[in-house]
Design a protein around this ligand. Structure first.
Ligand code: DGL
Length: 266
């Protein structure tokens, strides 16, 4: 059991967006070591078919197993919505269930909005999970595919971003939702812009935060949380390291990563 406590947590995403989840895990579980995997060679997943997303996710899970992780967090909402199956012999925590639970707890009028990639919204998984918890809740989902490149370009406060938010979310603002899930790794970087857009009338739920809370509860319940009070490290693996990569990484990490390696999938 001691070994398991000291084993790292595997966190994976289609690219760098999942760093929002890894960062939140490090904040809530500072003693845990993390192996982060970003499939930068094949990002985005949000516009791909379910079969492809499942195949990519399974390859990554096999890779993370070689790093002796004690649990895997699927930081990518798209992979979490489309590819989570119970067929692996190690615990897998996705972002969808914790985010859905947080929304069910947050709504008072029973109307919840969800924003995510095309594939996540097409899957209807957030609606299924929310209504599995409370069938009376009405869920309005909206794909916002341009949010991902805007975040990656660093357009947090740009006029274009405000226009695109209006374009995607005007119809959602005309409903009376009182909670909205940021169902994509990148969207927490638009949190303030979205709060402004909804004029504070909608509780914004960051699925990254909810997922990290879930990971913490899982480790505690299973007595496998890191036992040494020593700040954990994060090792980063990416399937591609493009030349302007560090700028993009900094947007999500705030600093350059300590250890980074190009990963080879079988
Ligand atoms: N990581 C993806 C998600 O959270 C967004 C980027 C992509 O489309 O791959 O859904």
């Amino acid at each position: 059991m001691k070994n398991k406590k000291m084993a790292p947590i595997g966190v994976f995403d289609s690219g760098v967006g999942g760093l929002t989840v890894a960062r939140e895990i490090s904040r809530q579980l500072p003693y845990e070591n993390i192996v982060y995997f970003g499939d930068t060679a094949r990002v985005p997943y949000g516009s791909k078919s379910q079969n492809t997303i499942i195949r990519f996710s399974e390859q990554i899970i096999r890779f993370l197993r070689t790093k002796q992780v004690k649990a895997i967090v699927i930081a990518c909402n798209t992979a979490s919505a489309l590819a989570v199956k119970d067929e692996f012999d190690l615990p897998i925590i996705g972002v969808v269930i914790p985010g859905a639970r947080a929304a069910v707890e947050a709504t008072t009028n029973g109307k919840v909005g969800v924003v995510g990639t095309e594939a996540t919204v097409q899957s209807g998984m957030y609606t299924k999970v929310i209504q599995g918890m409370n069938p009376k809740i009405e869920v309005i989902e909206k794909a916002c595919p341009l949010f991902v490149p805007l975040v990656e370009e660093g357009f947090k406060e740009h006029i274009v971003t405000r226009e695109i938010i209006e374009y995607y979310l005007e119809s959602m603002r005309n409903t009376d939702i009182d909670a909205m899930i940021l169902g994509c790794t990148h969207y927490p970087l638009f949190r303030e812009a979205l709060e402004r857009y909804f004029e504070g009338g909608v509780k914004i739920i960051d699925s990254a935060e909810a997922c990290a809370e879930s990971a913490r509860a899982f480790l505690d319940e299973n007595s496998i949380a890191a036992s040494l009070a020593k700040t954990g490290n994060v090792r980063y693996y990416f399937t591609d390291l493009p030349s302007d990569f560090n700028g993009g990484l900094r947007r999500f990490l705030g600093s350059a990563p300590s250890y980074m390696e190009k990963a080879q999938l079988e």
